[in-house]
Design a protein around this ligand. Sequence first.
Ligand code: BGC
Length: 357
Amino acid sequence: MKEKRLNKKTKALVAVILSFALLLLSACGGNIGDIGENSVETEQDDHITVGFSIDSYLIERWQRDTDIFAAKLKELDSTAELNLQNANGDIDTQKQQIKYLIDKKVDVLVVVCIDSESLTDVITEAKSNGIPVIAYDRLIKDADVDLYISFDNEQVGILMGQALVKAGLPNKKVIMLSGPNEDNNVSLVEKGFKSVMEENDIEIVDVFHTPGWRAEDAATYVSEHITELGDVDAIMCGNDNIATSAIRTLSEARLAGKIKIVGQDADLEACQRVVEGTQVMTVYKPVEKLAQAAAEYALALAKGEALSNVTSTMSDGSYDIPYYFLDPIAVTAQNMDETVIASGFHLKEEVYMNISN
Ligand code: BGC
C-alpha cells in the first residue's frame, strides 16, 4: 500500500519537475514534443479511481447508496473516477469483478459483499497489491479491511424488538423472517432482536433465513405456515422488502393487520404502510450520510491519509478493523414526519399518498 502511495507522490513530483523542465525548454526554444506527451500521461494517471463492487440492486436502498456515493465523490474531487461493478447477487461474479478492479489498479476498493465469508482471498489479493479496501454496510470476514462502515446493526434488531413489545404481544409468540446467514448484518440484527425478546419472555417460534434476500421465498414460507401463524403475534422481517411480501401473503389469507410486522430500510411502500397502520415500524437508516462518509474515507485512503473520527473497531474474526457506524432510527406513524420526511428521504405526499384528509 505504502509503495503505491509513494508512487503517486513520486509521480506528482515528477510531473512538477517535468512541467518546470518543459517551461525552461520552451523558453530556450528546444524540442519539447516527447516531454510534453509524458507529462500529460502522468497527469491523467494521477486521477483517483475508486472501484466499487455492489451485491445487486434488488433492494430499493442500494441505488440511493451508490448515487449519493458517486455524487459526493465528484463534489470532493471532480477528477475522481468511479468504476462501479454490479454482481447481480452472484458470488463468483463479485470475485471476478473485484479481480478486474485489482487489474485496473484502482486506488481504493469499496465493497458491498454478498457473502461475508467468501471474499477473504480476493480482498487479501487487493491489499497485497497496495489497494486499500472499505467494507461498505456489510462486514467482510478475515480480510483485514482498512475500514468497515455501516449502521449499528445490533441496534437495528433492538429497535425492531422494542417496537413490537411496545405495540403489544399478547400470545408472547413471534416469528423471524430474516435475511441470509451469508450477510453478517443478519446475525447482528438477530442478536439485538433476540435480546429484547428474551428480556420480555417472548418465544421465537421459528427463524427463517431468506436465501439471497429473495422476498418471494419469504412469501412461500408464510403461505406454507399459514395455519401455525394463527396464534403468532408478530413477524420480524429482515427488511421492508420481505415485509412487503409477507404482508401480501397474509392479506390473501385475511391475516393482514392481525399479525404485527416490523422491517428495516424505510422503503417507500413500508413508510406508506406505517402511516396507514398495516406495519408497526420500519428502521430508517440515513444511507445518504453513510454513502457520503464512505466517499470521504475512500478518497482519504486513496491518498494515504489517516481516517478521521473513526474511534471504534470490530473483529472480523481474525483482525480488529476500524469501524465507523451510524445510528439507525425507529420510525412509527408518530415520528414519520420528523424523521423520514424531514430528512428528505421520501416526500410527504408520497408517504401519505393513500391517506385522504
Ligand atoms: C442491509 C439491509 C438490506 C439488506 C438487503 C443488509 O445487509 O443492512 O439494509 O435491506 O442487506 O439488501
